[in-house]
Write a protein that binds this ligand. Structure first.
Ligand SMILES: *Cc1c(COP(=O)(O)O)cnc(C)c1O
Ligand SMILES: [Zn+2]
Length: 428
């Protein structure tokens, strides 16, 4: 049994830099260099900042000897692991499930896998990005973690702060699913429900960053975004490691801000350039809901500019109308020969049910978007049935019960009598 300490041992390893192999921040657009800090946008050109590393001497053996969590990849992340245990939820190392029944249902001739990130501590992949941002916040001396959230991030921030004894301020659109609001409020901290959509929430948080009240706060997906975004790479590392240190032929990734998609691709390029996996061609596919599909739209129109939209879909975790990493997601998709598709709300619901009844995995709406988009891409011939594929299920259906509540229910409601069972089973 693994016992996780919930307080940080003193950071005694003075020879160990706080940020591990990370050397600074660099502008994605103009290449300007910055030191490691709570910064996210270039002073010269307003481009997004990314973490820069000096990565040498990283081996498969060192990784596999590490903990059964995303911290096994700490040498590839912008935080040096404490000598003991990080005071966080230790997400990651979720199951990669071989999905033969689903593959049959889709007419696949190559293996199909579901990377099931609903197995994380707060049941979505957001625990990964928060773990990394939270560690960065601690090293930067910030005592509160904050976020603008479409729901899952709210859960992850509130829970992680509780675990580490930090403060939390979570800002959400007021119309989120009850399953996400109630859980977040139960973890504690401050929860602000804004009358407006996610893009309003995000703008509010950007404005708050200059405000004196937020001096000791780190907004994980705003001013700590470079660190946060790196956490998504661990999903890519795990898929490669769990496949036996290689990439699949195709991967399908739900797109909100587009960050996860770009980071899975980055993870595989890093592992390749470090010689940890063989060079292999893979195609990256993006998945959106019709009711919020600015990236799919730009892909279909063959343009680089993302036109913002007003979201209207049951896939609320993906409802970002003005996706910050949309252009970079388009780059990754086009460079690898993939595509971005989108699907209707009824298709999302059907796909949630298909995944549940073929594989026993109950996905949230984002998982439905991913599978439904893959079905569409197979039908249109943009994705191939004879190429090994990984679908990312990024969240748990128990948080979005309303999506299916109206279309499923008991086979029959009966009295406790054997004859009524017979009757119920005889009814077609
Ligand atoms: C946030 C989220 C995503 C996508 O995240 P981005 O990195 O912003 O594209 C996907 N699935 C779920 C369930 C999420 O909560
Ligand atoms: Zn710049």
């Amino acid at each position: 049994m693994t016992v996780l300490a919930n307080t940080a041992p003193p950071d005694t390893a003075a020879d160990q830099p706080a940020f591990g192999n990370a050397t600074g921040l660099v502008c994605r657009e103009c290449g300007a260099d910055y030191s490691l800090g709570a910064a996210y946008s270039c002073i010269e050109c307003f481009g997004p900042l990314e973490v820069a590393y000096d990565l040498t001497g990283i081996t498969r053996e060192a990784i596999t000897a590490g903990p059964q969590s995303l911290w096994r990849y700490a040498p590839l992340l912008p935080v040096a692991p404490y000598a003991g245990s990080e005071p966080n939820l230790h997400p990651g190392m979720t199951k990669l499930v071989r999905a033969d029944n689903l593959a049959d249902a889709l007419g696949m001739t190559a293996p199909l896998w579901v990377k099931d990130d609903s197995g994380n501590p707060t049941h979505s992949f957001k625990d990964r990005v928060v773990a990394v941002a939270q560690s960065a916040a601690r090293r930067l001396g910030l005592s509160t973690i904050a976020c603008a959230s479409t729901g899952n991030l709210a859960n992850a921030v509130a829970a992680a702060a509780a675990r580490a004894g930090m403060g939390s301020v979570v800002v959400i659109p007021a119309n989120l699913e009850a399953g996400k609001v109630i859980t977040t409020a139960t973890y504690g901290g401050t929860l602000l429900a804004v009358r407006g959509n996610y893009d309003d929430v995000n703008r509010l948080c950007s404005e708050l960053i200059g405000d004196p009240i937020t001096q000791t706060w780190g907004f994980v997906n705003v001013n700590l975004r470079p660190y946060y975004a790196e956490g998504s790479k661990t999903l890519g590392y795990e898929v490669a490691e769990q496949l036996g240190w290689r990439t699949p032929g195709q991967v399908v990734i739900p797109v909100a801000s587009g960050s996860l998609l770009t980071k899975v691709d980055k993870a595989w390029r890093e592992l390749t350039s470090l010689g940890l996996i063989p060079e292999g061609d893979y195609r990256v596919f993006g998945a959106q809901a019709d009711g919020c599909s600015p990236v799919a739209r730009a892909f279909a129109d063959g343009i680089d500019v993302i036109r913002p939209v007003k979201p209207d879909t049951i896939a609320k975790s993906l409802a970002i109308g003005n996706p910050a990493d949309g252009p970079y997601a388009l780059d990754a998709v086009r460079r690898t020969g993939g595509a971005v598709g989108s699907v209707s709300d009824p298709e999302i619901v059907s796909a949630i049910r298909l995944l549940a009844r073929t594989e026993g995995i109950f996905a949230e709406t984002a998982g439905g978007v991913t599978l439904a988009t893959f079905q569409r891409l197979l039908e249109s011939g943009q994705a191939a049935r004879d190429s090994e594929t990984v679908l990312l299920n990024t969240g748990d259906g128990l948080k979005t019960l309303d999506a299916v509540a109206d279309v499923v229910g008991p086979t029959a409601v009966i009295d406790a009598s054997v004859s009524q069972v017979h009757e119920a089973l005889a009814t077609p």
